[in-house]
Design a protein around this ligand. Structure first.
Ligand code: HEC
Length: 131
């Protein structure tokens, strides 16, 4: 029959195993997770304006992508997912202040951590663009 010390040991072992499996999620998440998270945040808050267009009918109904393509005239891509120059600090500035027709986002909508994840996603997606 199980003695109390045995039960205690088993419980402690379980608690340690649980703690160990929970630890990686507390520090900075592994790069892949960060990218996946950024992709989801981008899809939810940014892609409606900054997706890779144009749409099915050929019209550029992506105001962000269209505005940036017009501004940079080919010196930089219109789609944010193809930009290699957007670090978290730059994104933070635009996301918190907005720009022209682009709205600003509050921390309760898009957190600083979300913006870091978007930066990781944009870097990964830009790196995978074939030139
Ligand atoms: C309602 C449409 C809309 C949404 C949503 C939107 N943007 Fe924008 N964004 C724009 C437009 C339009 C511009 C160009 C602004 C201008 O002409 O001043 C822009 C500009 C930017 C720029 C500046 C790039 C440059 O080179 O000047 C960044 C960075 C940016 N957006 C990031 C984001 C991110 C990240 C999100 C999601 C959190 C987002 N935007 C959501 C419309 C949008």
């Amino acid at each position: 029959m199980p003695t109390i010390p045995h039960l205690l040991l088993a419980t402690t072992g379980l608690a340690l195993a649980t703690l160990a499996s929970a630890l990686p999620a507390q520090g900075s998440p592994p790069a892949q997770q960060e990218v996946a998270r950024g992709k989801a945040v981008f899809a939810r808050h940014c892609a409606a304006c900054h997706g890779r267009g144009p749409g099915d009918d050929g019209s550029a109904h992506l105001p962000g992508t269209a505005a940036l393509a017009a501004r940079y005239q080919g010196s930089l891509p219109g789609a944010l997912e193809e930009r290699k120059d957007l670090d978290a600090e730059t994104l933070l500035y635009f996301v918190r202040h907005g720009s022209g027709p682009m709205p600003m986002f509050r921390k309760t909508e898009v957190s600083d951590a979300d913006i870091g994840s978007i930066a990781a996603y944009l870097a990964a997606s830009a790196a995978s663009v074939r030139k």
